[in-house]
Design a binder for this molecule. Structure first.
Ligand SMILES: Cc1cc2nc3c(=O)[nH]c(=O)nc-3n(C[C@H](O)[C@H](O)[C@H](O)COP(=O)(O)O)c2cc1C
Length: 183
């Protein structure tokens, strides 16, 4: 189909359709060498009742995946629409390692971005202690059990060791933010 002079392809149709799929907005907490990190993610879902398993799709080059491969621990924080949820989410969109964003100068690429600076959080009790955000609606603490190669991502299956509702409210979703990490 041609709109104006722009030729639409089947790939555009597929991308547009997949953009319509809704997701929750989560912050994945990890820790390595005593340094906690937090990665915004929306490819998260429960995939088993017994045992309770959560699946998280990680970009292959995310520092968070490397941390989970190293020590097998991560938290899943579901963000809240209420309060400062949207502002909180915005603070997590930069990668920890600035070189991950293509086209940056050498100086800019060498920067490490501490996404947790100024954010209220605790560390989960089990070693190595991963971030639990005070303002999350709910969180789950997970132990990685399987790493499944999935195209350009790696699906990590995590056993839920503990989980808790922390605040009241409605979950932050991709429908609410209008951000799309899909297609
Ligand atoms: C709204 C949104 C959703 C995202 N969802 C995911 C996701 O599900 N999985 C993923 O690996 N990265 C996702 N990302 C990208 C990561 O947050 C990003 O690649 C980050 O650089 C990785 O952080 P890290 O290097 O600190 O681990 C998403 C980004 C945004 C803005």
């Amino acid at each position: 189909m041609t709109i104006g002079r722009i030729e639409r392809t089947e790939d555009d149709d597929i991308r547009e359709a997949l953009h319509e799929f809704p997701y929750g907005i989560y912050v994945i907490g990890t820790t390595r060498d005593g340094r906690p990190n937090a990665m915004i993610a929306d490819w998260v879902m429960q995939i088993s009742f017994s045992p309770r398993l959560l699946a998280v799709g990680f970009e292959r080059d995310s520092s968070s995946l490397a941390r989970v491969r190293d020590n097998g621990a991560f938290t899943v924080n579901l963000l809240n629409q209420e309060g400062n949820g949207m502002a909180l989410a915005r603070g997590f969109v930069q990668p920890a390692d600035a070189s991950k964003v293509k086209g940056r100068s050498d100086d800019a690429a060498a920067q490490q971005h501490d996404k947790l600076a100024g954010i209220a959080y605790q560390l989960s009790e089990r070693e190595p202690g991963c971030p639990i955000l005070d303002d999350a609606l709910a969180y789950a603490e997970c132990a990685a059990e399987q790493f499944v190669e999935a195209g350009d991502h790696v699906l990590v299956l995590g056993r839920v060791l503990y989980a808790e509702v922390l605040n009241s409210g409605e979950p932050l979703t991709s429908t609410f933010t209008g951000w799309s990490y899909s297609g």
